[in-house]
Ligand binder design. Sequence first.
Ligand SMILES: Nc1nc2c(ncn2[C@@H]2O[C@H](COP(=O)(O)OP(=O)(O)OP(=O)(O)O)[C@@H](O)[C@H]2O)c(=O)[nH]1
Length: 305
Amino acid sequence: MTSAPEETEQHRSGFACFVGRPNAGKSTLTNALVGSKIAITSSKPQTTRHAIRGIVHRPDAQLVIVDTPGLHRPRTLLGQRLNDVVTNTWSEVDVVGLCVPADEKIGPGDRFIATELGKIASKTPVIGVVTKTDLVDQQRVAEQLLALQEVMAFADLVPVSAQAQYQLDVLADLLVARMPVGPPLYPDGELTEEPETKLVGELVREAALEGVRDELPHSIAVTVEEMHPREGRDDLVDIYVNLHVERQSQKAIVLGPKGARLREVGSNARRQIQALLGSKVYLDIHVKVSKEWQRDPKQLRRLGF
Ligand SMILES: Nc1nc2c(ncn2[C@@H]2O[C@H](COP(=O)(O)OP(=O)(O)OP(=O)(O)O)[C@@H](O)[C@H]2O)c(=O)[nH]1
């Protein structure tokens, strides 16, 4: 880092999310704020855990825009854990933007979201965002701002148009102002975050245990060695994982006849990871015999236990 100390002190970084009913313009707004640097463009609500929608890199701030995924009925422990995280998303981010399109009347859907947001508003500031202002005249924008103001107590109100690039800087400034002072959370161009890496490891581990749980209940650990987008492609993520077993005999079980079992594990895990990341995935699983990893504190730490 070459920046002067006083610059570092001023730098802000944190998380924001946009909420609003379908079609409110959240994705378009995110993309417009982020510019060309889209991290993960789409993600399935059922599996998203703080999927990063995009990162706004500025000299003075880094704004990480995350998805607020929908809830789902948990079927597995992992599903339960995902849900717990989901329900907390709104209170975990530094600021929430409630998006309401300028060309549609505020309705029960918006009010429902506002009521839910009201529960966290004392902790997390909510900014009211009137979107798509290019579709209506000034008068209508003003009316919509007034109507929105009635819905809940907002920290700020702002009209924007992603299409016309109107007031995007103003919105970004308002969001940044709510971020704590701190260094960038992700390097420029970074596409993934640590918890996602962890989840990817868990998905591989679950897939690997399927059907052999009785034989190898606690003998499998997974480390994600590398996870990054394929060079020159924004729709494909390369993931390299090591699957650790304790003994050679366990390696044979995991591999199956001619490696058939591992191939199936790989394709099952890959399907789930693709849903998690919302992008295509190349998954490379390497089976390693890490002798007695369960009893070795140094290995345990490395394996994330
Ligand atoms: N004219 C105009 N259209 C916009 C603007 N922003 C979004 N739209 C359009 O509104 C529609 C919905 O936009 P999205 O960004 O997909 O909305 P969303 O809130 O992410 O929708 P969901 O993903 O369904 O929740 C799309 O057809 C966009 O092209 C804008 O600033 N101006």
